[in-house]
Design a protein around this ligand. Structure first.
Ligand SMILES: [Fe+2]
Length: 317
C-alpha cells in the first residue's frame, strides 16, 4: 500500500524568520522527495521475490526503506514542531524542568546539539522513552537512528536543505530561529499523547503469588548505607561451582538445605535471597522463609543482575 502525503501542519506564512520559499522547497522537495522514494521502494519490495533475491540487494532495499520512512516521519514532525510563538507552555516547562533540572537547561542542551550539527547534517529530537517515562534530547543522523520504542515529540532538521536558502552557512541563526517558532501547545499535546504509550510489559511470575521482589540497585544501596539487611546467595550448588564467583561479602547457602541454615538468621532484620537469574529458586526460598516468619524477599535479576550492574564479586570458594 502506498504512503499518503500529510498536509503541512504549520502555517508557513506565520513563521518568524523562515521564508515561504525555504519552507515550500523543504516540504515539496525534501519531505516530498522522501515520500516519493518511500513509495517507489515499497512498490519494489512488494513485487520482489524475497527467496530469490541476493542478501545484499535485499539489505540495501530494506535499509533505503528505513531511511526514507524515517525521513518522511521526521519531516512531518518537524513541520508540526513549527508555527508557534516560541513561548513555552506551563505544562511543557514543568515536564522539561522535571527531566532536565530546568527549562533553561533543556533549551541550552537542545540548542547546543543543533549548533553542533551545523555544517554537518542530521536531526535533534526530543524523544519520550516509555520504558522509563523519560524525555531525552536525541541526536540522529541519516534519518535512520532512533531510540527503540522511543516517541519523538520535537524535531529540529539540521540538513542544509532546511536552512541554506535563508541562512547560508549560518546554522546557529537557523537554530535560534527554529527555537522562536516552536509550537509549544502542539508539543505539549504530543507529550501527553506519548505518555499514553505503555512501557514494555514487566516480567510477571504469578506462580510465586504475593512474594515481593526487590531491585539489584536497591539491595546494593541498602548494603552500602550499612542497613541491617541479611543478603544471601541461594544459587543451586551446580551454578556456584560453574560460575566460580560470588558477590563480595555475601554468604552462599545451599537452597536444598534451607532447614539447616534458616535458624542462623535474625527475624528482626529483613532478608533478601537470590539465585542465578531471579526465577524459581530465589522466589521459592523467599516463600519458605516467609512461611517460617522471616521478612524475606527475593532479588530481581539474581547473581547475573548483580554482575550486570557492576556489583563487586570475588572468586568462590
Ligand atoms: Fe529536511
Amino acid at each position: 500500500m502506498k504512503y499518503r502525503i500529510k498536509q503541512i501542519h504549520c502555517r508557513p506564512w506565520t513563521l518568524n524568520g523562515l521564508s515561504l520559499k525555504l519552507i515550500e522547497s523543504h516540504y515539496e522537495n525534501n519531505y516530498g522527495g522522501a515520500l516519493r522514494r518511500l513509495n517507489a521502494i515499497t512498490e519494489q519490495l512488494a513485487a520482489l521475490d524475497f527467496a530469490a533475491t541476493p542478501g545484499h540487494v535485499l539489505n540495501g532495499l530494506k535499509r533505503e526503506e528505513l531511511v526514507a520512512l524515517n525521513s518522511t516521519l521526521l519531516h512531518e514532525l518537524y513541520f508540526a514542531s513549527l508555527g508557534g510563538d516560541g513561548q513555552p507552555t506551563k505544562g511543557m516547562s514543568q515536564a522539561l524542568a522535571n527531566e532536565f533540572g530546568s527549562l533553561e537547561r533543556w533549551r541550552a542542551e537542545f540548542r547546543a546539539m543543533g549548533y553542533a550539527l551545523g555544517g554537518g547534517s542530521g536531526w535533534v529530537l526530543l524523544t519520550y522513552v516509555p520504558r522509563d517515562g523519560r524525555l531525552i534530547n536525541q541526536y540522529a543522523s541519516e534519518h535512520s537512528q532512533s531510540i527503540a520504542g522511543g516517541v519523538p515529540i520535537l524535531a529540529l532538521d539540521m540538513y542544509e536543505h532546511a536552512y541554506h536558502l535563508d541562512f547560508g552557512a549560518n546554522a546557529k541563526a537557523y537554530v535560534d530561529t527554529f527555537m522562536r517558532n516552536i509550537d509549544w501547545p502542539a508539543l505539549e499535546a504530543r507529550n501527553e499523547d506519548a505518555r499514553k504509550v505503555a512501557p514494555p510489559r514487566p516480567l510477571e511470575q504469578p506462580e510465586f503469588g504475593e512474594v515481593q521482589g526487590i531491585g539489584v540497585e536497591e539491595v546494593r544501596d541498602m548494603m552500602a548505607s550499612g542497613k541491617a539487611v541479611q543478603v544471601i546467595d541461594v544459587r543451586p550448588r551446580h551454578f556456584v561451582s560453574r560460575q566460580q564467583d560470588i558477590a563480595a561479602d555475601i554468604p552462599w547457602r545451599d537452597p536444598e538445605q534451607i532447614q539447616q541454615w534458616m535458624g542462623e538468621l535474625s527475624k528482626s532484620d529483613p532478608v533478601v535471597v537470590y539465585c542465578a537469574y531471579g526465577f524459581h529458586v530465589g522466589c521459592k526460598t523467599a516463600i519458605k522463609l516467609r512461611e517460617a516468619g522471616f521478612d524475606a524477599r527475593y532479588m530481581n535479576s539474581g547473581h547475573s543482575g548483580w554482575r550486570a550492574v557492576g556489583g563487586p564479586v570475588k572468586l568462590y570458594p
